[in-house]
Ligand binder design. Structure first.
Ligand code: GDP
Length: 446
C-alpha cells in the first residue's frame, strides 16, 4: 500500500532538491504534482483539495522563504499535513473507569471484523488485560465458529449463544456477555457484530440495538482499506446509521492505493485507531498518524521497526553487535552477519521490514522479489567456513573458496558474492555506527 504515492511524492521532492529559493512557479508545480499523486492514490477529492491548499499556503509563507533549505521545508510541511489528515495524535483506547470496558465492532461482511476481534484480543492480552470475545454475529452461518477458532488461537475465551438458546438474538447475547464478563472478571469485552455485503437498514438497526443494549465505551468501525473510495462511503453510512468512536483499517498489507486510509479520518472526523496488515494474529497495532506519514514519505517507520525489533531481538546480542560497531574496530564477522540475517528473518517477512527503513523505497522491487531461502543458502556457505575464516574473511583464498562452495553445495561465484556482500554490509554498518546516516536517504538529511 502507498507504494505509488511514495514514489510520486519522492519524484516531486527530487525536482525541488538543490533549489535555493522557490519561485511561485516552483510552488505551483509542486502543488500540482502533489494533487495528482493524491488523486491517483484514490484520496477523496475534498481531502485532496484541502490538503493541497494548506501545503500551498504554507509553502508561500515565511517558514519556507526563511528556511536554509526550502525543499526540505516543503517535505516537512507535507509530512505535517499528512499527519494532520491521518488524524493528528495517536488515539489510544479509552478504558471504562469501573466495570469491564466494552468494545463493539461494526462493519461490512468481509471487512475483517472477526479476524480483527481476535487480533485486538491478543493485543489487549499482551497489555495485561483479560479480554472476553463475544460472538454477536449470528447472521453469517460460520461466524460464531470462526470466532471460536480465532479465540482459541490467541488463547482468549469466546462467549457465544448456547445452541438452541438465544440463537438469533444478537442483542441478548451481547447483553448477557457483559454480565458474564462481570462474573468472570474480564476487564474488556469485545463484541463482534454481524455484517452484510452492503449497507442496509436492518443491519444498521441491529448494530444500533446492540450498541444501546451494551453502551460500549468504544464503537470501532472496521473497514477494508482495499475497497478504495467505497471505504469512505461506507464509513459515512455507518457513522450516520450506528455512529462510532474510531476506525480500524484492515488489509493494509494489500496493494490498494491507500486513498481510503488517507481520507477516512478527515471525511468522518473520527480517528483511525488501529491498523491490521496481514493474516497473522500479530499483524496488528495502534495506528500512529505520524509514523504512517513518515512511511508514505519514505522517511522510514523507524519507531515501529524499533518496537518490533525490541520484541524479537535478543537484547544482549544486539547490544554486543552495537558495541562492536560503535567501536568501529571492524571486527564485525561473518558470524555476526549471519546472526543479523537470522534476526531479520525472525522479524517477519524481509520485504515488509525493509519497507520500513528509510531510503529503501528505491529498492522496493528487488525486495519484493527477495527470496528468503537466500538466508538458508548464505547460512550453508558460512557454516562451511572455518571459525578463523568467519572471523576474518580475508583469509579465504581461491582454493578455500572452491572447498567452501563444494562443502555447501553452491557455486564458487556464490561464495564470492557472499564475501563481497559481507564487506559491503560491514562498510555500511560502520558508517551507520559512526552516525553517518543511511546512504541514499532522500530529502530530509540526517
Ligand atoms: P468479517 O466478515 O468482517 O468478520 O471478516 P473476516 O474476519 O472473516 O475476514 C475476511 C477475510 O479477510 C478473511 O479471509 C481474513 O483472513 C482476511 N483478512 C482479515 N484481515 C486481514 C488483513 O489485515 N490482511 C489480509 N491480507 N487479510 C485479512
Amino acid at each position: 500500500m502507498f507504494a505509488t504515492l511514495s514514489d510520486r511524492l519522492a519524484d516531486t521532492f527530487k525536482n525541488l532538491r538543490g533549489k535555493g529559493r522557490l519561485s511561485e512557479a516552483d510552488i505551483d508545480a509542486t502543488a500540482r504534482e502533489i494533487r495528482i499523486a493524491l488523486l491517483e492514490a484514490d484520496v477523496a477529492l475534498p481531502v485532496v483539495k484541502e490538503f493541497v491548499a494548506a501545503v500551498k499556503e504554507r509553502a508561500r509563507g515565511e517558514e519556507v522563504s526563511q528556511a536554509l533549505n526550502p525543499a526540505q521545508q516543503i517535505v516537512k510541511i507535507v509530512d505535517e499535513e499528512l499527519v494532520e489528515i491521518l488524524g493528528g495524535e495517536t488515539r489510544r483506547l479509552r478504558y471504562a473507569k469501573t466495570g469491564p470496558t466494552v468494545i463493539m465492532l461494526a462493519g461490512l461482511q468481509g471487512a475483517g471484523k472477526t479476524t480483527l476481534a481476535a487480533k485486538l484480543a491478543l493485543w489487549l492480552k499482551e497489555q495485561g488485560k483479560t479480554p472476553l470475545l463475544v460472538a454477536a454475529d449470528l447472521q453469517r452461518p460460520n461466524a460464531v465458529n470462526q470466532l471460536q477458532v480465532n479465540g482459541e488461537r490467541v488463547g482468549v475465551p469466546v462467549f457465544a449463544p448456547e445452541p438452541g438458546n438465544g440463537v438469533g438474538d444478537p442483542v441478548g447475547v451481547a447483553r448477557a456477555s457483559v454480565e458474564e464478563a462481570k462474573r468472570k472478571l474480564h476487564d474488556v469485552v469485545i463484541v463482534d457484530t454481524a455484517g452484510r455485503l452492503g449497507v442496509d437498514a436492518e443491519l444498521m438497526q441491529q448494530a444500533a440495538d446492540i450498541r444501546d443494549a451494551v453502551t460500549p465505551d468504544e464503537v470501532l468501525f472496521v473497514v477494508d482499506a482495499m475497497i478504495g473510495q467505497d471505504a469512505v462511503t461506507t464509513a459515512q453510512a455507518f457513522l450516520d446509521g450506528v455512529g462510532y468512536d474510531g476506525v480500524v483499517l484492515t488489509k493494509l498489507d494489500g496493494d490498494a492505493r491507500g486513498g481510503a486510509a488517507l481520507s477516512i479520518a478527515k471525511v468522518t472526523g473520527k480517528p483511525v485507531m488501529f491498523a491490521s496488515a496481514g493474516e497473522k494474529m500479530t499483524d496488528f497495532d495502534l495506528f500512529h498518524p505520524d509514523r504512517m506519514a513518515s512511511r508514505i514519505l519514505d522517511m522510514g517507520d523507524m519507531l515501529t521497526l524499533i518496537e518490533q525489533a525490541e520484541k524479537t531481538f535478543d537484547q544482549e546480542q544486539a547490544l554486543k553487535a552495537a558495541e562492536k560497531l560503535a567501536g568501529g574496530k571492524g571486527d564485525f564477522t561473518l558470524d555476526d552477519f549471519l546472526e543479523q540475517m537470522q534476526q531479520v528473518r525472525k522479524l517477519g517477512s524481509l520485504s515488509k521490514i525493509m519497507g520500513m527503513l528509510p531510503g529503501m523505497g528505491q529498492f522496493r522491487d528487488q525486495l519484493e522479489n527477495f527470496d528468503e531461502r537466500e538466508i538458508d543458502r548464505i547460512q550453508a556457505i558460512i557454516q562451511s567456513m572455518t571459525p578463523a575464516e568467519r572471523a576474518d574473511p580475508k583469509l579465504i583464498d581461491g582454493s578455500r573458496r572452491a572447498r567452501i562452495a563444494k562443502g555447501s553445495g553452491r557455486q564458487v561465484s556464490d561464495v564470492n558474492q557472499l564475501v563481497d556482500r559481507f564487506f559491503e554490509a560491514r562498510k555500511m554498518m560502520q558508517q551507520l555506527a559512526r552516525g553517518g546516516g543511511m546512504p541514499g536517504m532522500p530529502g530530509m538529511g540526517g
